[in-house]
Ligand binder design. Structure first.
Ligand code: NDP
Length: 346
């Protein structure tokens, strides 16, 4: 308990994907009783997946939500505690950090950031307006709404292939729209998608805009060819579609630490060398929040483990100074202002 009545956590983790829960498991087994601020939609992106075939140890695959349930239960078994709400603000002012969950404040010595990343938007006209009215970022969640309807998927990575393959079981047609002839996706995924009768590849095209029908639901997508080869650059096409699934990568959820922790130009949190240390003492980061290269459940889990080990060692090597850091930046500023107001001008 601190001198002003707050209990101080040893380790707090923000985020609940494979990175967050693995950090929680390791921190719990190190007897640090971690507090996990897991958010309302706990479990991260795997909660929106069906079959996961590439998580080691599950020869026959496992459903994404079931895997995350297991992650969570395993951390809980060793003493991890969960708050199923969103962290709304942080103040990383010193060796003891402050995290707010709405009005509630948590003070913590070590903080592990594992907020993950979220689907990137195309940023074209009609996309935002037609979200949940035909435009979607998750085929697993929404494909069933497009039974026997024409659809498209945008992107050329493994996600786009996976979305198209899943969607093809419901939709009458899936146009896979990609801006290049080459695919970032693994060959096996491209081959699987190509082998499906109702999936057509449309390359190299970009979406210019989406358009609604009279009822306000997605009706058409306007496409533009972008290769320049054979004078075809700029050629436009109109596609009648009821569903458009955007699978063009992810954006890191680093807004809450913006301006307080160093990030790269895309917003991914930067860590030192092969560690999970950020530029702020006692703050560590793991998972998709720091990784725009591998972004796998297993790599996220690996860095979650590293973050817990780094935090544990940092706690061991950094004794708590009793008077340090109980005063927030706001309080310091208020005190300076009050002092200035009281001090007569010379
Ligand atoms: P990726 O970054 O791999 O691919 C994103 C795709 O979207 C690229 O083809 C990119 O084009 C395209 N793109 C990006 N921005 C735009 C834009 N504004 N307009 C049009 N197209 C755009 O992301 P994924 O989500 O597909 O995959 C992320 C990671 O997860 C990868 O490592 C992947 O292997 C992995 N993954 C694995 C799965 C599996 O193994 N089952 C399933 C899903 C994902 P360009 O290529 O031209 O840059």
């Amino acid at each position: 308990m601190s001198q002003d009545g707050y209990s101080v956590e040893k380790v707090t983790i923000i985020g609940s994907g494979p990175a967050g829960y693995t950090a929680a498991l390791y921190a719990a087994r190190a007897d640090l009783q971690p507090l996990v601020i897991e958010g309302f939609f706990w479990g991260g992106l795997l909660q929106q997946t069906t079959e996961v075939e590439n998580y080691p140890g599950f020869r026959d695959g496992i459903m994404g939500p079931e895997l995350m349930n297991e992650f969570r239960a395993q951390a809980e078994r060793f003493g991890a505690r969960f708050v199923t709400e969103e962290a709304t603000r942080v103040e990383l002012a010193g060796g003891t950090h402050r995290v707010w969950i709405g009005e509630r404040e948590v003070r913590t010595r070590a903080l592990i950031l594992a907020m993950g990343a979220e689907p990137r938007k195309l940023g074209v006209a009609g996309e935002q307006e037609l979200a949940a009215r035909g435009v979607s970022y998750c085929a697993t969640c929404d494909a069933a709404f497009f039974r026997d309807k024409p659809t498209l998927v945008v992107g050329g990575g493994d996600s786009a292939m996976e979305e198209a393959i899943f969607l093809s079981k419901f939709a009458s047609r899936v146009e896979l729209v990609h801006r290049r002839e080459e695919f970032r996706a693994s060959q096996i995924m491209v081959d699987r998608a190509r082998a499906i009768e109702n999936i057509d590849f449309l390359t190299p095209y970009v979406i210019d805009r989406f358009d609604a029908d009279d009822g306000g639901s997605l009706a058409r997508a306007y496409l533009r060819r972008v290769d320049g080869a054979g004078g075809a650059d700029g050629e436009t096409r109109e596609l009648e579609v009821s569903g458009a699934f955007i699978a063009v990568g992810h954006r890191p959820n680093s807004d809450i630490v913006e301006g307080q922790v160093e990030v790269d130009e895309e917003g991914y949190v930067l860590t030192e060398g092969r560690s999970t240390r950020t530029n702020v003492e006692g703050v560590f980061a793991a998972g998709d929040l720091v990784d725009n290269t591998y972004r796998q459940a297993v790599t996220a889990a690996g860095t979650g483990c590293q973050a817990a080990l780094d935090a544990e060692r940092w706690l061991r090597d950094t004794p708590l100074s009793p008077e340090a850091h109980w005063v927030s930046r706001d309080e310091v500023e208020e005190a300076i202002e009050a002092h200035a107001a009281e001090t007569p001008a010379s």
